[in-house]
Design a binder for this molecule. Structure first.
Ligand SMILES: [Zn+2]
Length: 364
């Protein structure tokens, strides 16, 4: 059952809704994981009301967790950029597109800063769902090529990321608006990243994640809650959320002790995957971070690129958005907010090959 986070109205599992008529976000309730003989993320998703014959999977999940020294300091790195389409979104998209098929939805529209669009296009191609992907016209060419190559219709929208969302919502009036940011199904796929970490590193004390819309943080929080309910986890690991200083509506709200994102004037950032000025689940993200005793940290553009260089020199070729997480981790250690002896996981969300043009431009 789906429940509105604002007015508590309930919806059935198969109802083609992406948000409550009141404008609230939806969450999936009463999802009890059950053991199933599956691999990757689906190992953890036995409780989802999706028939096995509707599952669209390309082996997502089971990504490496490695301990590595980066920039002279050690941490664990979750290599979620090693996914079928090169970004962590595949975890969520596998579940979202499987649900679309269970619900009998055959045509969708999605909006994305790039990675989610690529992932949606790939899973729709694999699952036989027609798909239009709206992206801001500043999106890296690598991502646009990838989306179109999967056979999705690519629509480039001038203006801001938010203009892209509004264009997709309008288009969604005539088919299903399958926004990953609104989808409760997507989040259940994303949560599996933390379940995998916990299987290997149950003593994990901190997770450092890049946050735009906040799905990585929300997925971790959801996984932690399920692990606590089943008696596996007593003390929640702290979630540290990293935002670019050029787009930090949640970090500012957190510092000010507010419950909702703060309106901001967004500036250009290399971390395009987390350049979200109006995160739809912002209130939930702020609550999730507070619940764990974690916090926010903002990083400048030079700090992002410096961390990117350090990651590359350690053999980790990620996109700048992922480097923001490493930059945040470095600042949290420097400030004494994270102790070097605590088991800490830094989350790497997208592969560097997606952002070849931006990385090349920076190296010049
Ligand atoms: Zn509602």
């Amino acid at each position: 059952m789906l429940t509105c986070q604002r007015c508590l109205r309930n919806f059935g599992d198969r109802e083609p809704v992406w948000c409550c008529p009141c404008g609230g976000t939806l969450q999936l309730k009463d999802c009890t994981p059950s053991a199933v003989d599956r691999r990757g993320i689906w190992r953890y998703l036995g409780g989802l009301p999706i028939e096995p014959e509707h599952i669209v999977s390309m082996g997502e999940g089971d990504t490496p967790l490695i301990e590595r020294a980066v920039g002279g300091r050690s941490a664990w790195f979750k290599l979620d950029y090693l996914a079928p389409t090169g970004s962590y979104k595949d975890r969520g998209m596998s579940v979202l597109v499987s649900w679309l098929r269970s619900a009998g939805i055959t045509r969708v529209v999605e909006d994305s800063s790039g990675n989610a669009g690529s992932s949606m296009a790939a899973y729709c191609a694999a699952g036989g769902v027609a798909c239009d992907v709206y992206v801001p016209d500043y999106t890296s060419s690598g991502k646009c090529v990838q989306i179109a190559a999967y056979g999705a219709r690519l629509v480039r929208v001038p203006g801001t990321r938010e203009d892209t969302t509004r264009a997709a919502e309008r288009a969604g009036a005539s088919c299903f608006y399958a926004s990953h940011n609104w989808s409760p199904w997507f989040l259940h796929g994303i949560k599996t990243w933390f379940l995998e970490v916990f299987d290997v590193l149950p003593e994990v004390r901190n997770v450092v994640v890049p946050v735009g819309q906040g799905s990585v943080a929300l997925g971790a929080r959801l996984a932690m809650e399920e692990l606590r309910k089943t008696g596996h986890l007593e003390r929640l690991p702290r979630i540290f959320a990293v935002q670019p200083a050029h787009c930090d509506p949640l970090a500012r709200a957190f510092e000010a002790g507010l419950e909702d994102p703060v309106p901001i004037e967004k500036e250009d950032t290399a971390a395009e995957g987390i350049a979200s000025a109006e995160p739809v689940r912002g209130t939930e993200v702020l609550r999730a971070v507070r619940d764990t005793g974690g916090g926010f940290v903002t990083v400048s553009e030079p700090e992002i690129w410096s961390a990117h260089a350090d990651l590359c020199r350690a053999g980790l070729y990620v996109e700048p958005t992922s480097a923001a997480a490493a930059a945040g981790w470095r600042k949290l250690c420097d400030a004494g907010r994270i102790d070097a002896v605590e088991p800490t996981v830094v989350y790497l969300s997208g592969i560097g090959l997606k952002a070849t043009d931006k990385i090349a431009e920076h190296m010049r």
